[in-house]
Design a protein around this ligand. Sequence first.
Ligand code: SAH
Length: 227
Amino acid sequence: MIGIMGAMIEEIEPFLKRLSDVKTTQIGRNAYHEGLYGGKRVTLAYSRIGKVNAAITATALIERFGADKILFSGVAGAIGKDLRIGDLIYATKLVQHDVDITAFGHPIGFIPETGDFFETSAELNKIAEEVALAKGVKLGKGVIATGDQFVADSVKKELIGERFKADAVEMEGASVACACDAFRVPFFALRAISDAADMDAGFNFDAFLASSAKISADFVLDMVAKL
Ligand code: SAH
């Protein structure tokens, strides 16, 4: 079964509209929608915002629903200068930019026996490249940095960019990657840019959340059709 995740209702709705035979189950405080897309069984999970919510939801998707792969779809702030609002970027690897046990000599982002960067599935990334080619859309790739902060500050953004060579910042990806790594489940993480993580980020996020979330969801559904 293919697991799909989003953190906000705006990231979930474009999928929900296009799934058939939907059965919704509430586990704890999260909703899981089992359904069909192009004959494929998918479970769409609405995590709510942040690393903890996302890790809980990913774990339930794997353990309770039997997801054998997880595709995350959502929006992110751009760090890379060539990323514009609405552009798509998938993660080659993800890192928790707010993990700090540097007092013990570890690099920022690093957790003992866990590591810092989580790689995504080469197989799923290849399918994404094929879908982009077929659709004729521009698809970026790079490092996505995750933390429990909405970044709306150019200095903070540049710092995250320099430290991790990150191209985009958001609040869930690396925690889902961590859950997928723990359970050995292939992971794909796609984001459409909603803002530039700068002083205008709050305003732009509100303006572009729905349109960017839909761009990301449409792309992921085209991937599902190919899985
Ligand atoms: N407006 C919402 C909060 C949004 S938090 C509310 O008040 O309920 C931002 C969400 O979008 C997170 O899920 C995160 O993954 C993503 N995101 C988009 N731009 C971001 C940025 N600049 N920094 C961090 N996360 C960002």
